[in-house]
Write a protein that binds this ligand. Structure first.
Ligand SMILES: [Zn+2]
Ligand SMILES: [Zn+2]
Length: 133
């Protein structure tokens, strides 16, 4: 199923094919800082991304492994791209007409990087940084 993704100001627009409705939140410091948030929430959408409007898309190489997309007008964080596999991970907040009741918040990663001042109450699988290195 294809979904349209747009930033806040709608200058950036692209289409993704969601692999599932499973939501992952990454607690690593990079995700928290780059999203000015408690974590980076995303749904995996594989490499089949169709970019329609990208004049205002900025790609940041955030590490050896990954790239991040942002709108240079409104600042919306649009995706994380895992360079090795070309897979994109997109925040649910930018996906239009996402059937919210289908979404399952199933996994938290880099859980040991999470600061102690917040935690989510959902029953999730919690994975540690050491599982990714
Ligand atoms: Zn924008
Ligand atoms: Zn992260």
């Amino acid at each position: 199923m294809k979904y349209r993704c747009t930033c806040f100001c709608k200058a950036v627009c692209f289409e993704v094919t969601l692999k599932s409705f499973e939501l992952t939140i990454c607690h690593c410091q990079m995700c928290r800082k780059l999203n000015s948030s408690t974590g980076f929430a995303s749904i995996e959408c594989g490499s089949s991304v169709i970019f329609n409007s990208i004049d205002n898309l900025v790609i940041l190489t955030s590490s050896a492994e990954g790239e991040r997309g942002f709108c240079n007008l409104c600042g919306t964080s649009l995706f994380f791209k895992f360079k090795k596999t070309n897979e994109y991970f997109v925040p649910p907040a930018i996906i239009e007409k996402l059937p919210e009741s289908e979404v399952v918040f199933s996994e938290e990663i880099f859980y040991d990087n999470k600061p102690c001042y917040y935690s989510y109450s959902n029953k999730t699988t919690k994975r540690l940084e050491s599982e990714f290195i």
